[in-house]
Design a binder for this molecule. Sequence first.
Ligand SMILES: Nc1ncnc2c1ncn2[C@@H]1O[C@H](COP(=O)(O)OP(=O)(O)OP(=O)(O)O)[C@@H](O)[C@H]1O
Ligand SMILES: [Mg+2]
Length: 262
Amino acid sequence: MAKVFAIANQKGGVGKTTTCINLAASLVATKRRVLLIDLDPQGNATMGSGVDKHALEHSIYDLLIGECNLVDAMQFSEHGGYQLLPANRDLTAAEVSLLEMKMKESRLRNALAPIRENYDYILIDCPPALSMLTINALVAADGVIIPMQCEYYALEGLSDLVNSIQRIAELLNPSLKIEGLLRTMYDPRISLTNDVSAQLKQHFPDTLYQTVIPRNVRLAEAPSFGMPALVYDKSSRGAIAYLALAGELVRRQRANARSATA
Ligand SMILES: Nc1ncnc2c1ncn2[C@@H]1O[C@H](COP(=O)(O)OP(=O)(O)OP(=O)(O)O)[C@@H](O)[C@H]1O
Ligand SMILES: [Mg+2]
């Protein structure tokens, strides 16, 4: 049964999409079966996976409102090696369309139920807002991976996000937890980075990933070729960091599974 992780942070530009694409490709490189879901009307994860968001016959939007089935919307990322439920700006209508629907918070969870066993990991790229789309991701997920830059305001935003996750867990999805906090665009030469990093270690000792993602131009270039960094430049620091993250994530899962059965 797939583990479903929402990659979420309501702050924009913190590396959610970059993490989704590169973590998906790195998990594929370790022989895991992966589905990436683009839940952002910007469609960045779709384009970065090498699928043209302007040429979609069906997207995640049609699936959410029940106008197509999974097979119709499913695409394959040739370079990434994972399957993709793509998005484009049609998805902006979801905020309104979903409001009128029954079980509006569980539409994604229900849509995924029949295919959860086909994958080892399902990663959901969330939009930069605590919107109905993000709520659908959090209701469908087992855990939340939070990418963040080590800046002063990051900590403030983090407490809003943590509160929202707790509320969703209480009301809609009791098994939801924070899977991991990921430091992105990390530059240890900046002293504020080190200060914020130290605070994260103090407050989230168990959830903060040891792996940090450095600022690396290859990670920024790769999406315009529809590739993960692992294919675009496999020896780049960015590609290596995301492979390390995949390793840490898989090890953490194994340790959690062991402690659950112990
Ligand atoms: N580690 C990194 N090194 C260099 N550039 C990066 C890195 N991570 C992300 N970027 C670049 O920073 C920008 C924002 O990253 P990304 O799109 O992944 O963030 P996001 O959180 O998904 O943004 P949004 O909130 O708009 O969806 C992009 O141009 C991306 O290529
Ligand atoms: Mg994004």
